[in-house]
Design a protein around this ligand. Structure first.
Ligand code: A2P
Length: 340
């Protein structure tokens, strides 16, 4: 049995990763429809042994597909996801638009697969924020074992999370600066090349940014526990692909580094790289980019807290952080026969 699938935002950074992952995982795709703005209509993109012409989202009839993978921005999802769901298509939405909606499940298949069942109310399942996904895949086995009460996290996020224009901005600024020319910033409010920006998404009234608050809200929703305290600082760094996170947790019961390592080594979706020697850890360039796993390194007991533990977590933000997680949600729906 095959399923007809539409990718909304097929020409974007996440959309391209979705096409690649559907092919790599041999997802049972019947017809694949690639949708983007009218600017891209007619552009050809290869999938398996075929060239598929991109179509204008505005004219697409969603009754032709059973699954819609959306990643064209929050306002596009706001407008088109309900139209698609109404037409009988199950929407897996990678934008932040529906994530906090109580009627819409927010799913990481390794963490809360049971939540996916509830998609029937609205026909939409939300894919969490990239930084939240990789953090929770790593924290799930530890939370199950000893209970996490508080998370302090600093992120080091790649520009590809912002989209193609940001990838071009980092490459362009780097080239210009190395040639002695001034850097122009259009996508980010400050120069990103050779720099670090402590702002991702817009500032909120409480002084945190929206990206930081997404990590708070989404962690509580996915772990189904509003008592977990989450304190994030999100930083954009001049890395093309792969987000890194320095994660500090406080647990209800004491967990040793050895026990944590054992739990992580058998956790689904996790690969431990932790050698305590020069280079014996994951980095976004060597491990994050192009791989599916969430890599965990630097597992150690916090010398400043009795029940504290430190981790370094790296993953490909376009794959596990976005496209791969969306495709895994679709696989979960098929596995549990939630779509017929
Ligand atoms: P397009 O390439 O036609 O602009 P990224 O996150 O890499 O910036 O990609 C954004 C994706 O969302 C692209 O595929 C882009 O298509 C798509 N997109 C942006 N605006 C619209 C729109 N108004 N209608 C449909 N797709 C859109």
């Amino acid at each position: 049995k095959t399923y007809d699938v539409a990718i909304v935002g097929a020409t974007g950074a996440v959309g391209e990763a979705m096409i690649e992952i559907l092919e790599q995982r041999d997802f049972p795709v019947g017809e694949l429809y690639l949708l983007a703005s009218e600017r891209s209509a007619g552009k050809r993109i290869s999938f398996r042994d075929k060239q598929i012409a991109v179509q204008d989202l505005a004219n697409f009839d969603f009754s032709k597909v059973q699954i819609g993978l959306f990643s064209a921005g929050g306002s596009i999802s706001e407008e088109y996801a309900p139209i698609a769901a109404e037409a009988g298509c199950v929407v897996i939405d990678n934008t932040s638009h529906f994530r906090r909606d109580h009627e819409i499940p927010l799913v990481v298949p390794e963490v809360n697969p049971h939540a996916a069942v509830d998609f029937h109310a609205r026909g939409i399942i939300a894919n969490p924020n990239c930084s939240t996904i990789q953090m929770l895949v790593a924290l799930k086995p530890l939370h199950d074992a000893v209970g996490i009460t508080r998370i302090n996290v600093a992120t080091y996020q790649a520009v590809s999370g912002t989209g193609k224009s940001a990838i071009e901005e980092l490459a362009g600024q780097t080239a210009r600066l190395l040639n002695g020319q001034p850097a122009e910033s259009k996508v980010y409010p400050r120069q990103i090349a050779f720099n670090a920006l402590p702002q991702i998404d817009s500032f909120q009234e409480n002084g945190y940014t929206r990206e930081e608050m997404k990590m708070v809200w989404e962690t509580q929703k996915i772990f189904e526990d509003d008592s977990i305290a989450v304190n994030p600082t999100c930083v954009r760094v001049p890395v093309f692909h792969g987000h890194s996170e320095a994660v500090h947790i406080e647990t209800r019961d004491k967990l040793s580094a050895v026990e944590a390592r054992q739990l992580l080594e058998s956790a689904p979706g996790v690969t431990v790289i932790d050698e305590r020697e020069d280079g014996g850890y994951a980095t976004p360039v060597t491990d994050g980019a192009g791989n599916d796993a969430v890599f965990v390194s630097r597992i150690r007991e916090d010398i400043s807290h009795e029940r504290g533990l430190d981790l370094w977590v790296v993953s490909d933000n376009l794959r596990k952080g976005a496209a791969l997680n969306s495709v895994q949600i679709a696989e979960l729906l098929l596995r549990d026969q939630l779509i017929t």
